[in-house]
Design a protein around this ligand. Structure first.
Ligand SMILES: CC(C)=CCC/C(C)=C/COP(=O)(O)O
Length: 294
């Protein structure tokens, strides 16, 4: 006599919705024990379901079904079997997991940024360091970098020097453009504890993601390390400057940690774009000839 088939909790299955005509005791149908059904429901995401009973069993075990978002009502023996949709089970579960992960990351980001914003105001715990942080802010601002590069370009008397400076100018302009574009798209507000007392800003600079200072710091330092011959201590100093500039953005309360972290990543990648599109008298002769005529 065939042994009664059992559901996940180990109870015998009834003859109505839970019964089937398939071979009893078959491992694939749970004959091997209650835990086999759970195993089967995981496997079913890969294998198509031929037996409607299996589909019902899997669906009834699915957490999605328990939440009531899986349309499996009326799957009696007289009706057509429900379509096997285990793939959807996973797709439905993943966004909520991703959502929880993102929300947690955001909460940690806001909490950490507030904790690190120790120079956000004169009365903050590290308020006395604020002037120094603001000096650091100017060292990574777009205007001094653009004007400085243009000045050096005008004074440069070698083709090699001009080529490097022309590419630095291109890198800085690309950076301002991409940061403005992303800030305008994302529109993340600056932290509430920020005082908007920055030196020359664009309209998109009311937004904080990504940090323009962080992108510039990563871009310029990678550029310098690749194109200037510097002694090791100076190379270390360049990296330190970039890192402290990024940190100072959070300490001043200008940014959240994720704005700066993404800014570093973006700046690093922007250098790769500049390197890939490297301008030279061979691929952009017009630029160099025009500059020479100045
Ligand atoms: C006016 C020019 C050429 C650049 C604007 C530079 C600037 C104010 C960037 C904002 O940086 P954060 O996003 O780090 O605050």
């Amino acid at each position: 006599m065939p042994s009664p088939r059992r559901n996940v909790e180990g109870r015998p299955l009834g003859t109505s919705a839970s019964s089937s005509s398939s071979s009893p005791g078959s491992p694939a149908h749970g004959g091997g024990g209650g835990s086999r059904f759970e195993f089967q429901s995981l496997l079913s995401s890969r294998a198509p379901v031929a037996d409607p009973t299996c589909a019902r069993l899997r669906a009834s075990e699915s957490p999605v079904h328990r939440r009531g978002s899986f349309p499996l009502t009326g799957a009696g023996p007289s009706q057509a079997p429900p379509p096997p949709l285990p793939e959807e089970d996973r797709m439905d579960l993943n966004p909520s997991f991703l959502g929880i992960a993102l929300r947690s990351l955001l909460a940690i980001d806001l909490w950490l940024s507030k904790k690190l914003g120790v120079c956000a105001g004169e009365s903050s715990s590290w308020g006395s360091v604020r002037p120094l942080m603001k000096l650091l802010e100017i060292s990574g601002h777009g205007i001094p970098w653009l004007l400085g590069t243009l000045y050096c370009l005008s004074r440069s008397d070698s083709w090699a020097g001009r080529e490097v400076l022309m590419n630095l100018l291109f890198a800085l302009l690309l950076d301002v453009l991409l940061v403005a574009l992303l800030k305008g798209l994302v529109r993340r507000r600056r932290p509430a504890h920020n005082q908007m007392d920055m030196f020359v800003t664009l309209s998109v600079d009311k937004y904080s993601f990504p940090s323009g200072h962080a992108t510039r710091a990563a871009l310029v330092s990678r550029f310098i390390l690749n194109h200037l011959v510097l002694a090791i201590p100076l190379r270390v100093l360049v990296v330190l400057w970039a890192f402290i500039l990024g940190l100072s953005r959070v300490m001043l309360g200008r940014h959240n940690v994720t704005d700066v972290a993404f800014g570093f990543f973006q700046g690093y990648m922007q250098y790769s774009i500049v390197d890939y599109c490297w301008l030279s008298p061979h691929n952009a002769p017009v630029l160099f000839v025009l500059w020479n005529q100045q």
